[in-house]
Design a protein. Structure first.
Length: 256
């Protein structure tokens, strides 16, 4: 029997809190899952952590370094689940995270992408900050152009939708999730669970947001690619074009 959900994690170094990520996924109340860990660069220290868990649901794949985008696409290719869930290295998923997301998607067939609220901590040990967004699909669709509400390590989506809107685009070394969510929201119904189901840990020096300058360069490219889709509605086209021009103006001013 195939798992109902495939959780995909790509990691290229031994994050300080990686062990808690493994433990939180394999301890989920939802047992019918597979946990695909892509070691992007074959770091032996990550393998040492993985070997601690004797669990047939854990699939560890060593690959030469190719970056997050290609690693995630490979994870999706080999996955067997009806749904794809993401986790980032250092994240902690509460025990009922996956069960609540699967339950919602199973009972709301029209929804293709599901996000959740989350708690955000930093490596400095600051108090956790609650991150909350609107839950309605119509609001999410209209506001995603301006802000990415779908935190990558908290989402779950239908694998079938990848066939409909396309995979992560290889040219996006950063903001690959934002580019994919834009395509989802343009053609699929989305939703947001108004409950914190994950603790995100940020501020690490090897995070992509720390390694590359100008996140909005990639968002501008995402908006440009979206405008090329001939199936985009007139209203979404106008919203996208307006935001693209706004971001370009800021970029030309040297503020991104």
């Amino acid at each position: 029997m195939n798992p109902i959900v495939s959780v995909i994690l790509s990691v290229n170094s031994n994050e300080k809190l990686l062990d808690q990520t493994f433990s939180s996924i394999l301890s989920q109340s939802l047992k019918n899952l597979e946990f695909i860990v892509i070691i992007d660069g074959s770091d032996p220290s990550v393998e040492i952590i993985a070997r601690k868990y004797i669990d047939p649901r854990l699939i560890v794949v060593n690959r030469p370094w190719e970056g997050l985008t290609k690693s995630l696409n490979y994870g999706i290719e080999i996955s067997r689940g009806k749904y794809i869930a993401r986790s980032d290295a250092g994240d902690y998923s509460f025990p009922n995270r996956l069960s609540k997301q699967v339950f919602f998607l199973e009972n709301n067939k029209s929804v293709g992408l599901l996000g959740t609220c989350y708690l955000e901590e930093t490596i400095k040990g600051d108090n956790a900050t609650e991150v909350i967004f609107p839950t309605q699909s119509s609001v999410l669709k209209d506001t995603l152009i301006y802000q990415n509400q779908f935190c990558h390590g908290t989402v779950m989506f239908k694998k079938q939708c990848i066939k409909d809107v396309g995979k992560y685009r290889d040219e996006f070394v950063k903001a690959q999730d934002y580019d994919l969510w834009l395509r989802y929201c343009a053609f699929e119904k989305t939703h947001f669970l108004g409950e914190q189901l994950t603790i995100k840990n940020g501020g690490h020096p090897d995070q992509l947001s720390q390694l590359y300058w100008g996140m909005d360069r990639f968002r501008i490219y995402s908006l440009e690619k979206l405008l090329q889709n001939k199936n985009l509605s007139r209203s979404n086209y106008q919203l996208t074009l307006t935001e693209l021009l706004r971001k370009l103006k800021i970029l030309m001013g040297g503020s991104i």
